[in-house]
Design a protein around this ligand. Sequence first.
Ligand code: CDP
Length: 796
Amino acid sequence: GTSGRRPDPFAGHASPMGHGNMVRKEDARFLRGRGRFVDDIRLPGMLHGAVLRSPYAHARILSIDTGGAESHPKVRAVITGADLERRGMAWIPTLSHDVAAVLATDKVRYQGQEVAFVVAEDRYAARDALSLIEVEYEPLEPVIDAHRALAPDAPVIRDEIPGRTDNHIFDWEAGDAAATEAAFAAAEHVSSCEMLYPRVHPAPLETCGIVADLDPVSGRLVVYATAQAPHAHRALYSGIIGIPENRIRIISPDIGGGFGNKVAIYPGYLCAVIATSITGAPVKWTEDRSENLMSTSFARDFHMRGEIAATRDGRIQGLRVQVLADHGAFNGTSQPSKFPAGFFHIFTGSYSVPAAHCTVRGVYTNKAPGGVAYACSFRITEASYLVERLVDVLAFDLGLDAAEVRRRNLLRPEQFPYRCATGWEYDSGDYPRAFELALEMAGYDELRREQARGRRTRAETGEGTVMGIGLSFFTEAVGAGPRKDMDIGGFGMADAAELRVHPTGSAELRLSCMSQGQGHETTFAQIVSEELGISPDDIEVIEGDTDRTPFGLGTYGSRSTPVSGAAAVMAARKVRERARLVAAAMLEVSADDLVWDKGRFHVRGDRAAGVGIGEIALAAHSGLELPEGVEGQLDATCVYNPPNLTFPFGAYLCVVDVDPGTGQVTVRRFVAVDDCGVRINPAIVEGQVHGGLADGIGMALMEVMAFDTDGNHLGASFMDYLLPTSMECPSWELGKTVTPSPHHPIGAKGIGESATVGSPAAVVNAVLDAIGVRHADMPLTPAHVWSAIQGRPLRT
Ligand code: CDP
């Protein structure tokens, strides 16, 4: 009778009450192509913007002639840096105590930098008109190499800053230099290694975009944008353009992946906002793939020198690191303002390290600005890679098994809470358990035997691939962060939750965080369901609209569950306490005599005498006589200021086969044991891990934003900037341990980015183990692996 329509796959699924696997609520629209992304927004009379970008990495602007573009019949406005200068908006403050150009005025400082903005009746006309703008450039020597940036004769990139004579941005250090020096002086053995964490890009499927709509009558600005932090964006726009916050509404519709790329405000956004104020019409700007890769942020680009002091049997005594951080043309890194190198100084990783010290020096280069925490907690990926590579180098130098060296140094459960040598307090962990589980799942000893057999066969026949086994053990630090220690752009990092319970018992949870595909509509409903016994299907999660949600700093650094998740729990518990008072009035007993049992209060000793949360919600809105001081309704709010970060961790093992003739790497197996404390939705957690592991394979084997000596970007499309697909990924083998966070109200730690942090080292360690090379930098492309092999004979 339904004319052959297939059954609805989303109908009839009984959702669990509370935590557990549950089909993602949001997938019903995503899988049917009914998501609503920024580029789907079409407003009446909407115009389209396009950005003219610099072809040079470093050049002086001699003149800009916009006449040709302005006479294009469909062009409504052309905006240049000079126009912005007149409005005092050519330069804007960054999140890292610097300023950045919105549209270039004096010079261009990287290839792809924004030079002019054209507004036209359609996207094609806007793009066509770009070629009618004539810019006269005087090319200057570009500074591409971060070391060269510090040379006394290097051109000064930021010569617009009065008195500036070099490209040095900051020096920062953490840890105890003297204690570390002493540990090294006394050490039986020191291994050191230079390594690069190359410049990569978060490369979300959906690029960045905006629709800006300023109502000329009310003066109210509505912005639809790919914003991971809508409230922070509103405050920033208000500060920059001078419209009071109450007249700005930011709407983040569905987001097709953020990974840190959608935290910042980019020049294209501001140009669209300025363009709507000039034209009086809504203006849309959507960047294309090349624009996204070339100019909208970057990640990593850390040149690291690490040293590890140890006993001859591989017990770590100290760690020392010097980093040269390539921050591009403007220091626009998105991170808590007191940490210029993010959380890099958690580089002692998962090991008991008595003394550690790091220095980080930031430099300007002629590359895109805006180092973002690409799927990690502010530079912790670089830190984790560094220590996991150093431990393998140590094992290599001492002729020890890499698993054994880790075993000898992993933090023991009784050391928690553990204060690491650079001052962070790890909340909880049982590292040996996770590590041994990963080895057991992988069959580590048998893998080593197989490897030995393979080497013998290859020695005899000279044929076949070589197999490698790579390990990594990571500690993430997520849920930024305690307000006293952490702020972004001056805003403390607390987040809020507002929970409304309707008279008929369904509910609405309003949050300041913002899903980019992580499934918040499902998991946050489950969090409330667990606390109140309302079905998750009856709990609507609202995010991404500043008019409908409370203030907070948004989603990045896996902070949603640690911070907003905790806020949701606390709000739900407040609701429950209100419900207790209402239930007491309904049952005419003392509130102290009520027992909570899965969505229902009953009288102690009499299970039959009770009322459910739905009945209580109705009564709370009814004419029921409530005790003195009880306001009625159940709604509650919580602003959660986390007492500490949460420290998820994991043990990863990767098995690769390398063809020594071609350098081609095949990832055969990947075992990942993750511990993110209590899991709200195990299937979603596993999905997050799958994505992060694919990220790790990408960075380890193929992703890199390379430049030629003129500063031309060599990875400006997915033809050149390679991403892994399912073809390059094995069938992941996942395991788990559960060590609750002691300070999170339900013991949950973040998981979103753990695998991106932990996996690159496992893949690199596996490839180098296969070819018997001490160190080679990412990405281990076939050409790179092949030449690494040539530098050293195969260990056969
Ligand atoms: O901040 P972001 O959403 O990127 O990261 P997250 O807080 O780690 O959460 C990612 C997804 O995994 C969300 O849907 C979480 O609610 C879910 N999750 C979970 O089910 N259990 C955990 N212990 C941690 C996260």
